[in-house]
Write a protein that binds this ligand. Sequence first.
Ligand SMILES: Nc1ncnc2c1ncn2[C@@H]1O[C@H](COP(=O)(O)OP(=O)(O)OP(=O)(O)O)[C@@H](O)[C@H]1O
Ligand SMILES: [Mg+2]
Length: 158
Amino acid sequence: MAIKKTPADPTNPASEEAALEDFKEEVGFEIRVTIESVEDIVVARQEGRALVQSLGFSTTQATLIATAISELARNIVLYAITGEIILSKTVNGHQVGIVIIAKDHGPGIPDLKHALMSGYTTSGGLGLGLPGVKQIMNSFDIQSEPGKGTIVTTVMWL
Ligand SMILES: Nc1ncnc2c1ncn2[C@@H]1O[C@H](COP(=O)(O)OP(=O)(O)OP(=O)(O)O)[C@@H](O)[C@H]1O
Ligand SMILES: [Mg+2]
């Protein structure tokens, strides 16, 4: 497991916290969590919750966002074994949002249309993860290529 918060000055670890605060004010701020175990799902969830609460999202919204992050990270562990969750702030005029990117180089999804339907599962799950994330978030994009991997990009605005 690895969490990388960028950008920070690698030559000055003491400045990291201060740098983090500064960069939360900028669009370039980004948190990367490597996903390869169930523990990493919890870390990604916690990082997402902390980030959105620092941006001013309500507890209810933070819980929904944490749920979306969990579902995407759970899919990575289950289907792709390893991958990455990238969390960042986005700004559109005066609007602030969170971007969640879930990225893996796993088997990909051959039938995207079905994968987005409630109840479609290849693992005996509920098949509610992806449709749930799509419903929770304000925007949802999925790119997947069999044999290459999957990238989900999703945004929620404050
Ligand atoms: N990252 C991924 N890589 C490969 N296949 C995936 C990935 N994410 C989802 N899938 C495929 O899409 C299907 C639907 O995913 P979804 O999360 O909606 O449901 P589920 O994981 O089967 O069940 P649930 O999430 O409700 O426990 C999965 O069963 C799987 O076949
Ligand atoms: Mg799932």
